[in-house]
Design a binder for this molecule. Structure first.
Ligand code: ZN
Length: 237
């Protein structure tokens, strides 16, 4: 009965693929089959999800997807067009990676990378918080959204090099309770891992307050060139 009702609604109000705009078939939801498959193809296999670059203060970093089309556009729609329901399209690979990490690593809490207050009010949600909510059932851990706070607004980092980002973000976070941090292990949650400067600064702040281990779970990772030697020319512009 429910299926008929849903089908009838779909016939009366045709839905379109959130990425390519093609009308959706009755059994498709949010994305058409082609876009769904393209998205699926961007998920890293489990053994490749552990990011092999080193990020100073992070112990480990995992990413679910490569940050390219159509994932990039879907995530931008989440952030800038407030389509937070689109996070649902990432559910299956997120579940797979979360289950695998949860079976091997022990944490005390999940910590979404905070947005500053003004930005959160403008956007009405923090995408990292929604992602942490998505991960919660697999880790069965509390989400400590108030432990790490962003002290002030920083300019957009999109066009900065890693060095500029590190300077830009230094000191931006504070921990609200050292007592809650001491000796604990945390899994930070963020949407996109670019140079790792933000997550690494969050980890530095938590470790300064006594945290034992800080890892990162990112939804996507930008394709940085593989570094042969550590040199500034290897950083993307
Ligand atoms: Zn499509």
């Amino acid at each position: 009965m429910r299926y008929f009702k849903e089908s009838l609604i779909r016939l009366l109000y045709p839905a379109h693929c959130e990425f390519c705009g093609k009308p959706l078939a009755l059994d498709e939801n949010l994305l058409c089959e082609t876009c769904e498959q393209n998205l699926e193809g961007l998920a890293y296999p489990l053994e490749k999800s552990l990011v092999d670059e080193q990020f100073e203060n992070l112990d480990h970093a995992w990413a679910v997807y490569a940050y390219v089309t159509p994932l990039r556009e879907l995530l931008q729609a989440v952030k800038y067009r407030r389509k937070d329901y689109l996070l649902k399209t990432f559910k299956n690979p997120v579940a797979k990676l979360a289950t695998s990490i949860a079976s091997e690593c022990v944490y005390n809490a999940l910590i979404p990378i905070p947005l500053n207050r003004v930005k959160r009010i403008q956007r009405q949600f923090n995408q990292s918080q929604i992602l942490a909510d998505l991960l919660q059932p697999f880790f069965k851990l509390p989400i400590w959204s108030n432990l790490l706070k962003k002290k002030y607004f920083i300019p957009s980092q999109t066009s900065m090099t890693r060095e500029e980002r590190v300077i830009n973000i230094y000191g931006v976070f504070k921990v609200s309770s050292t007592k809650q941090t001491e000796g604990k292990s945390f899994l930070l949650v963020d949407d996109v891992l670019t140079t790792g400067a933000t997550a690494s600064e969050a980890a530095r702040t938590l470790k300064k307050a006594g945290a034992k281990r800080v890892d990162l779970f990112a939804l996507a990772k930008t394709n940085l060139p593989i570094k042969k030697e550590k040199s500034s020319s290897d950083e993307h512009p």
